[in-house]
Design a protein around this ligand. Structure first.
Ligand code: GLN
Length: 486
């Protein structure tokens, strides 16, 4: 059989269901790739032995009725996995082994999958390049000196390099879609509340949302089906019946109206991205969709509002890491206060500290109204813009990112230019909407570029259908030469 690790998740599932391949063979093939990789640094923890045992057990009594039977999956190291170290990319959680399982991973295991490993990410998911991880940079398989994006950088890198058949990430401001765009993969951020946050290390709770990262749109549909569930353990979980996204997937998008927001044409955007966007419009028209110009006037305030709301919530969420309950504790200090201080200054990296400082500042009395409350108001205006547009259109098309993958170190010491990466992804989180990034072309360096579709709340099916139709026509091919094995 041709290399199984190059196949889509859906193809592998079908082979297992038809009994043409065993879970053990699939798992071994991915483990071989993981072992051959010398450079990417996408894994923090490898679970090869455990995965093989699970595969063999599955093969003895395969339950082929499940959605993803016998599939090994490596996940972002932000999802708590029972008995397996969960670090969130931080020194603070270097020795943290949860005694419970996140709802999302539990759902995947209930559908027949099992854990292949834990993937590197920016520390507490704060970053756009995977350079803030305590466990080192992750490399983009696209080119040796480039970042994979972030914060789900390990997920994107491992997926693009065929080290896992599919993966999951979290997206607070773009952390699924931006790395997907940088690595030529598909990334879906679902509607806020569709996938449970329970057991995911919290960054900014009103924005955090888990979602699939896959090689194809069809795979994302399948994964979302497996992940999404109502969960009483997450108070913001939406009580809604399960959907069969993959079965209902169709590329018939005739008559749908797609909005093009003029505010997403930002100054200094590379020509290639403009062309990519134009090409997306052309393909949509050819598929029978109608293109409509729209305006989202408050877009320019999204990034500043995000960089107030997200750090504010982070500073509150991260207050729990005090060296007492769990996680790292400094051995320096002569009293309790010094122990707290040293634990937090030794346990957190620079970017996390920056966010805690900003967050604490904008929440402090005297500044709360001027920053935090104002940002919340802006957030509402951004949502209103989308609500208004969605009265006339079914979905919105934008580029996923303002550039392709950048070089390691290029933006690390310039937080503003790093934050600007999120300019097209952040508004979606502020409004709680679903959005998907699909690989749609390449730039002059042959680096992938992504297109983003934004949908109405809980309209994932239509969003997937549109992405599927465009994906079929674009027929994006990656062709990486596995330089990381040398
Ligand atoms: N890059 C953004 C940030 O640093 C988004 C992160 C995310 O979505 N987790 O906050």
């Amino acid at each position: 059989m041709s290399d199984i690790t190059k196949k889509s998740l859906t193809e592998i599932v079908n082979l297992i269901k038809k009994k043409e391949v065993k879970s053990e063979e699939v798992t071994l093939s991915f483990i071989k790739n993981i072992d051959k990789d010398k450079k990417l640094n996408s894994f923090i923890t490898k679970c090869s032995d455990q995965a093989l045992i699970r595969a063999k057990t599955f093969d003895k009594k395969p339950n082929l009725e499940k959605l993803i039977p016998g599939i090994p999956i490596a996940v972002k190291d932000l999802f708590c996995t029972q008995g397996v170290k969960t670090t969130a990319g931080s020194k603070m959680l270097e020795n943290f082994t949860p005694n419970y399982e996140s709802t999302i991973t539990e759902n995947l295991w209930n559908e027949g999958a099992f854990l292949l490993g834990k993937l590197n990410c920016d520390e507490y998911a704060m970053g756009s390049s995977n350079e803030t991880s305590y466990y080192g940079n992750v490399i983009n398989p696209v080119a040796e000196n480039t970042v994979p994006g972030g914060s789900s950088g390990g997920s994107a890198s491992a997926l693009a390099a065929d080290l896992t058949p599919t993966t999951i990430g979290t997206d607070t401001g773009g952390s699924i879609r931006q790395p997907a765009s940088f690595t030529g993969t598909v990334g879906l951020k679902p509607t806020y509340g569709l996938c449970s946050r329970w057991g995911i290390v919290a960054f900014a709770s009103s924005l955090d949302q888990a979602g699939p990262m896959t090689k194809t749109v069809q795979d994302s549909a399948l994964m979302l089906e497996a992940m999404a569930s109502f969960d009483v353990k997450d108070s913001t979980s939406i009580n809604k019946k399960k959907e069969n996204y993959s079965k209902k997937l169709t590329d018939n998008i005739k008559g749908l109206k797609i909005g093009i927001p003029k505010e997403y044409r930002v100054e200094g955007m590379p020509r290639e991205i403009d062309q990519l966007w134009e090409n997306g419009k052309k393909i949509l028209k050819e598929s029978g969709a109608e293109i409509v110009d729209i305006s989202l006037p408050n877009t320019k305030y999204a990034l500043p509002a995000y960089y107030i709301v997200a750090p504010a919530e982070a500073s509150s969420n991260l207050a729990r890491y005090d060296g007492v309950k769990y996680g790292f504790r400094s051995s320096n200090g002569n009293n309790l206060i010094e122990m707290y201080e040293n634990t937090r200054s030794e346990g957190f990296g620079d970017e996390v500290k920056r966010r805690i400082l900003i967050g604490t500042y904008v929440l402090s009395s005297g500044y709360y109204d001027a920053y935090y409350i104002k940002a919340q108001k802006v957030r509402q205006l951004i949502k209103n813009d989308f609500d208004k547009s969605f009265k006339n259109v079914d979905a919105i098309l934008t580029p996923s990112t303002p550039s392709s993958a950048f070089k390691i170190g290029e933006k690390k010491n310039d937080p503003i230019s790093m934050y600007l990466n999120d300019i097209f992804t952040v508004p979606v989180n502020l409004a709680g909407l679903p959005a998907i990034s699909i690989p749609a072309g390449k730039d002059n360096n042959n680096y992938p570029l992504g297109l983003q579709f934004i949908g109405k709340a809980l309209d994932e099916q239509k969003l997937l259908n549109i992405a599927y139709a465009v994906e079929n026509k674009i027929n994006f091919k990656q062709n990486l030469n596995k330089w990381w094995e040398r």
